[in-house]
Design a binder for this molecule. Structure first.
Ligand SMILES: Nc1nc2c(ncn2[C@@H]2O[C@H](COP(=O)(O)OP(=O)(O)OP(=O)(O)O)[C@@H](O)[C@H]2O)c(=O)[nH]1
Length: 428
């Protein structure tokens, strides 16, 4: 990237976390920087932008404010986002551009759009440009992704069963919060004035386990040193999308029974399927102590396909995880095994690559009891020899799996076949 490429910072965070407050403070403290601001607002009336314009240096002649309204920059306004940044880039050589997302925006698609737009990603840009009609941008780069977290509301939000509706997509508040935490370079832990030190340390420990790579900065009333979020050069798409705590945990599993402030994790592995009724019953009453769980599983009634498992706060989602390699035609199976030598270790004489692998992260979580509950959901020796199709299966069904899937569900993938995942317990 050239020396005069403009660094872009993206601010995310759920409603009311303090994004605008942080933005205003940074503008106020950045007299030495010529900054442009792009604010996304979902509503008809752009309150945030008015606030920014009124109460910050943004009204200064040498700063620019662009509003993007009536849509979300993580979905339908992706093209508008790039157009707006492209225009700003051409206007003059700003020292930085700050993008404030809406409270419902997911940072990953925003970063994806910006990275592809700036033409420096190893994703398939051709397909992206063809599909969206978006032109690649030059002259700027995504520099830092920032998630603002409300220290006071964090645990309440994680435990909340509030459902957000982002343009038809229903999502738990905790689910969105986890997505925002898992994909960022800097975590601004705001509203520290509203909590005591003990609570603060507990929230911090949870954030560190969910997102080990990000720098955590504590703030009160958004008072942050601008250097913490501007021109940090911390963003790297590949690293950001692989930095979630659960991915690290799956790659290097370790039983962390006694972590700080009661935050701990474990990996559950098995070589026999879950009984669909017992596992569904467990998910219906999944312990609140679990903050995050992720992985894939084998369900007795789904012989051919793996299913993915995704818990974030009160949200429990199950999705398609691709076809087990064992079910592929012999030739394809051989090719897959040659291409993925690590599968040999996993291969089971009777079950092939079918397996269960879940990482579970929680606070004050009783490992032994949850491990026992999960183990009780596996088929017993007698059930293994019974007719599996007779079991009642109330899990959602999905489109037939793509043939020749890669190592079934084991490789964390940014897209993660999320499109098809279904929230258990949210009625349409
Ligand atoms: N006590 C306290 N209040 C804060 C702090 N930061 C922000 N606030 C207040 O919290 C409210 C929400 O702050 P905003 O900055 O508007 O939050 P936001 O994330 O931009 O909210 P949306 O734009 O609605 O998504 C405002 O009333 C702020 O004054 C803080 O550190 N402590």
């Amino acid at each position: 990237m050239s020396d005069n490429s403009i660094p872009v910072t993206v601010l995310s965070g759920i409603l009311g976390a303090g994004k605008t407050t942080v933005l205003n403070h940074v503008l106020h403290e950045s007299d030495d920087r010529d900054l442009a601001v792009l604010v996304n607002d979902m509503g008809e009336v752009n309150v945030d932008a008015d606030l920014v314009a009124e109460s910050s240096d943004i009204a200064d002649e040498d700063e620019e404010l662009v509003e993007l309204s009536n849509g979300c920059i993580c979905c339908e306004l992706r093209g508008d986002l790039l157009d707006a940044i492209g225009e700003l880039t051409q206007r003059r050589a700003f020292d930085g551009i700050i993008v404030e997302s809406t409270g419902v925006a997911e940072p990953l698609p925003v970063a994806q759009t910006l990275t592809l737009g700036f033409d420096q990603s190893d994703l398939d840009p051709t397909e992206f440009y063809e599909e969206t009609g978006i032109e690649p941008l030059e002259g700027c780069h995504l520099d830092t992704t920032v998630t603002v977290v409300d220290a006071h509301q964090f645990h309440t939000a994680m435990e909340s069963d509030e459902i957000l509706d982002d343009d038809g997509t229903k999502k738990h508040l905790g689910d969105l919060l986890v997505e925002q935490v898992e994909f960022c370079d800097v975590l601004v832990l705001n509203k520290c004035d509203l909590v005591d030190e003990e609570t603060l340390e507990k929230v911090e420990s949870t954030l560190e386990v969910l997102q080990p790579r990000a720098e955590i900065v504590r703030t009160e009333h958004g008072r942050i040193d601008p250097d913490n979020i501007l021109e940090t050069d911390r963003f790297d798409f590949e690293e950001a999308s692989q930095s979630a705590g659960w991915i690290k945990e799956l790659q290097e599993p370790h039983e962390s029974a006694e972590e700080e402030h009661g935050v701990s994790s474990f990996v559950f592995e098995a070589r026999r399927p879950f009984h669909p009724e017992r596992f569904a019953d467990l998910l219906d009453a999944f312990p609140d102590a679990v903050v995050r769980a992720k992985g894939h599983f084998w369900l007795a009634t789904r012989e051919d396909e793996a299913l993915t498992f995704n818990v974030a706060g009160q949200s429990v989602r199950v999705g398609p995880g691709g076809q087990w390699i064992d079910t592929l035609p012999a030739e394809e199976r051989r090719e897959q095994l040659e291409a993925n030598p690590q599968l040999e270790e996993l291969w089971h004489d009777r079950w092939g690559d079918r397996n269960v692998r879940l990482v579970v992260i929680g606070t004050e979580m009783d490992h032994e009891s949850l491990r026992d509950d999960l183990a009780d959901c596996l088929l017993t020796d007698d059930e293994l020899e019974a007719d599996w199709s007779a079991f009642e299966d109330r899990f959602p069904t999905f489109e037939p799996p793509e043939p020749a899937a890669e190592d079934a569900a084991d490789e964390p993938d940014a897209d993660d076949q999320q499109e098809q995942t279904e929230e258990l317990g949210i009625a349409d």
